[in-house]
Design a protein around this ligand. Structure first.
Ligand code: NAD
Ligand code: DAU
Length: 370
């Protein structure tokens, strides 16, 4: 039995991880600490909100005293750190929040964990700080370059990836200097349920449903390596249980796609869904091009992202060989599930679009709070 503190658990990957963990290890206690920034959505935690083993704490990872209290009060042995500013475009227009949360916030967690676990000795022999990071810390690849491995030198190019690289180094330093028991995972692009619709895949799906343009940055030939979000959760689980202390593990499923190809694929899946299910046209009267089977007409080339990395690709050999990691979803199955999830969860993404998902400010949280 374990007591987990999950930071950023109301965000996209954190929430999927919490669902996965509480289903896989129903005896464990899961405490979510989340500041509910624009990317945090308490509805993402609705499936577990009434579970007696779930606790929600609304707070900031930079609040070291709060983190210390949570570690002590809930006898936490495992801290899984997702909380971050995560969107590259926002880091270009407003980097300060990325420095604050991703660097100072990670350091605040490390300080609290060191104090409670090492200095005060709670769970001294049995603790884990797992840091969730990204493949973007390795920079960008040319078309023929080998995929990123754990020994690829760090070369972050955006304020987002630079802030994540800094946090990775701090985690490593707390292991090397103080003996904090840490692991880090660096994952490729995730997709799936609860994905915030500022990111490419959910943006394209929800824009098709509203007959809005599908913006393609630059020539659309940039390559990303996509992994279904639950396969990321499975990978983190393996790293926490089997990973070597102080090590980093790349998580990915060898699934490289050019942006324009992925957008065209989603257009064809949406057209097919509308052709096969006549109720969709009535449910989504705005989606006139999908109804006609012509979603791809919405594709619109726009100005490129500043400093846009050309290609990411993960070499998952270490997690495959050492941990036996393999994703379960194929891209066909994962993207089909994702399209279906957005079609069936209109109220979720509409609430994000119209801002009503932020009504938590006025409403009392209905789950268990700690
Ligand atoms: P997200 O933006 O969807 O969610 C981030 C969550 O963190 C939100 O719930 C937000 O409210 C919370 N948060 C932000 N600042 C906070 C603070 N100061 N204190 C407490 N909570 C705070 O992000 P995501 O896409 O779910 O990514 C989660 C983690 O995984 C991040 O660390 C990201 O770098 C990493 N990652 C993401 C991807 C991806 O494809 N999305 C891939 C690899 C790694
Ligand atoms: O690689 C892992 C990273 O993946 C994570 O660390 C980040 O947190 C996560 O946001 C994601 O970063 P990307 O920048 O790769 O994801 P995004 O969905 O923003 O963009 C994917 C690609 O699509 C990228 O090449 C930019 C492009 N794009 C994006 C948007 C939003 C477009 O062409 N048009 C768009 O409107």
């Amino acid at each position: 039995m374990s007591n987990l503190l999950v930071t950023g658990g109301a965000g996209f990957i954190g929430a999927n991880f919490v669902h996965y963990w509480m289903e896989t290890y129903p005896q464990d206690k899961v405490v979510v600490l989340d500041a509910l920034t624009y990317a945090g959505n308490k509805a993402n935690l609705d499936p577990v909100a009434q579970n007696p083993n779930f606790v929600f704490s609304h707070g900031n990872i930079c609040d070291t005293a709060l983190v210390e209290t949570l570690l002590k009060e809930h006898h936490i042995d495992t801290l899984v750190h997702f909380a971050a500013e995560s969107h590259v475009d926002r880091s270009i227009t407003g980097p300060d929040a990325f420095i604050e949360t991703n660097i100072i916030g990670t350091h605040s967690l490390l300080k609290a964990a060191k104090k409670i676990w090492l200095d005060e000795g709670l769970n001294e022999e049995n603790h884990r700080f797992h840091h969730v990071s990204t493949d973007e810390v390795y920079g960008t690849l040319g078309p023929e370059d080998p995929a990123f491995s754990e020994t690829t030198p760090y070369a972050p190019n955006s304020p987002y990836s630079a802030s994540k690289a800094a946090s990775d180094h701090l985690v490593r330093a707390y292991h090397h200097t103080y003996g904090l028991e840490v692991t880090t995972s660096n994952c490729s692009n995730n997709y799936g349920p609860y994905h915030f619709p500022e990111k490419l895949i959910p943006l394209v799906i929800t824009n098709i449903l509203q007959d809005k343009p599908l913006p393609i940055y630059g020539d659309g030939q940039q390559i990303r390596d996509w992994l279904y979000v639950e396969d990321h959760a499975r990978g983190i689980d393996l790293v926490i249980r089997e990973g070597r202390l102080g090590e980093c593990y790349n998580i990915g499923g060898i699934n490289e796609w050019a942006n324009i190809d992925i957008v065209k694929l989603i257009c064809s899946l949406m057209d097919k869904a509308f052709a096969e299910d006549p109720t969709l046209a009535a449910r989504y009267p705005q989606a006139s091009l999908a109804k006609q089977g012509n979603s791809a007409e919405l594709i619109t080339y726009v100005k490129d992202r500043a400093g846009h990395d050309r290609r990411y690709a993960i070499d998952p050999a270490r997690s495959n060989n050492e941990l036996g990691y393999q994703p379960i979803e194929t891209f066909d199955s994962g993207i089909a599930k994702t399209v279906t999830w957005f079609l069936n969860n209109e109220s979720w993404w509409r609430a994000v679009m119209d801002g009503s998902y932020r009504d938590w400010i006025e409403q009392q949280y209905t789950g268990r709070e700690g």
